[in-house]
Design a protein around this ligand. Structure first.
Ligand code: FES
Length: 67
């Protein structure tokens, strides 16, 4: 599913970018080699970033200690 329609950025690309260290929507665009257009996807990107981080922390609780 596309989270950013303008730039055709899919959920799995957002997840991969977050796993690589992206923490803000702008980081997602950079990781995908794209730039924002309308910005309408930013709230959904933020939700997905938070969800992916939460899933990673749940899978590896030791990551919490590193923060
Ligand atoms: S939907 Fe992402 S920039 Fe428009």
């Amino acid at each position: 599913m596309y989270l950013c329609v303008c730039r055709a950025i899919r959920e799995r690309e957002v997840d991969a970018a977050v796993r690589a260290g992206a923490r803000r929507p702008v980081d997602i665009f950079r990781a995908c080699g794209k730039s924002p257009q309308c910005g309408g996807c930013v709230p959904e990107l933020r939700k997905r970033i938070d969800k992916t981080i939460a899933c990673e922390q749940a899978a590896e609780p030791s990551l919490l200690a590193a923060d």
